[in-house]
Design a protein around this ligand. Structure first.
Ligand code: TA6
Length: 285
């Protein structure tokens, strides 16, 4: 078997696309938000976290997986993290590359206009490519006649069994903005960033490659391009209690490490396109 893409009706009536690679790895993407719901490595281990209380309902974001943040990061005039994650995307097709990678592409054509919640026309594409690694490419094209300014991120929820044992390497010497301390800006001094309480930080101009070590010490390589920042988030128990679609115990089972442009907006002139990519690889023995 070289690999396949199949589709079935999933939770909430949305279409779920499963990409299966010859190595044994697989990915599930729903057309609701072009949202990745599952990524199993070649041994079948689930790498993404989705809450048991996640909602699959029109207009509601899905708690977990990889929500797409666009065009707003966090709270603001639009719904939290923007509308891309609560829009139904179009499945454009799937292919097998000559090296056996399985791909699927989704698009969202935003018409904008004066009556829209966001007036700027644009075309979004999400390309998922599964091989030994998982490569996710998000592109934004300005199809309007005025400059377009936006923030974006891949709000990735990684599954772990003990948040207290998780470490992120590669952020030492990088400035961060601490959203839980009046957005104070400081420099990270730790070679291994660990969470021992609620954490909500944006590391500004973070390096392209980070290593996320889970509670078993298995390294995950996070490689980003076209995205300048990294967000690290876990609400801890107190924060989880205020989130309706997250069980308060579940804070132990995930960490969000989000690649994105969340501090300085990307600005595109008419016709211009911005391409960002995140590649995830797990080093299994
Ligand atoms: O990316 C971190 C963050 O912006 C946090 O501040 C936190 O609230 C989280 O995202 C989840 O946001 P959501 O709108 O999905 O509840």
């Amino acid at each position: 078997m070289r690999g396949i893409c199949t589709v079935e009706a999933g939770s909430g009536g949305f279409s779920h696309y499963t990409l299966s690679h010859a190595s044994g790895s697989s990915v599930v993407v729903t057309d609701y938000g072009a949202h990745l719901l599952s990524w199993r490595d070649a041994r079948g281990g689930e790498r993404l976290f989705v809450s048991e209380k996640a909602l699959f309902a029109p207009g509601k974001p899905i708690r977990g997986g990889i929500p797409l943040v666009f065009p707003q990061f966090g709270k603001g005039d639009l719904p939290s993290h923007g509308f891309a994650r609560t829009s139904v995307w179009t499945f454009e097709g799937s292919s097998i590359t000559e090296h056996g990678a399985i791909t699927a592409t989704f698009s969202l054509s935003w018409k904008g206009g004066v009556d829209s919640i966001w007036p700027h026309p644009c075309e979004l594409r999400l390309h998922v490519k599964l091989s030994d690694v998982l490569a996710i490419t998000m592109s934004v094209k300005n199809t309007g006649e005025a400059p377009l300014s936006f923030f974006s991120a891949l709000h990735t929820y990684y599954r772990v069994s003990d948040i207290k044992q998780v470490a992120i390497e590669g952020l030492c010497g990088v400035d961060y903005i601490d959203f839980l301390r009046d957005r104070i800006r400081e420099c990270e001094g730790r070679a291994s960033v660990r969470c021992d309480g609620a954490t909500d930080r944006v590391y500004v101009n973070s390096p392209r490659k980070l290593i996320l070590r889970d509670d078993k010490g298995v390294p995950m390589i996070i490689d980003k391009q076209g995205m300048s920042d990294t967000v690290v988030w876990n609400p801890w128990r107190e924060g989880a209690q205020t989130i309706v679609d997250l069980d308060c115990d579940e804070f132990q089972n995930f960490i969000c490490v989000e690649s994105g442009n969340v501090v300085t907006p990307i600005v595109l002139n008419p016709g211009e396109e911005h391409v960002a990519q995140q590649t995830l690889g797990v080093q299994l023995d």
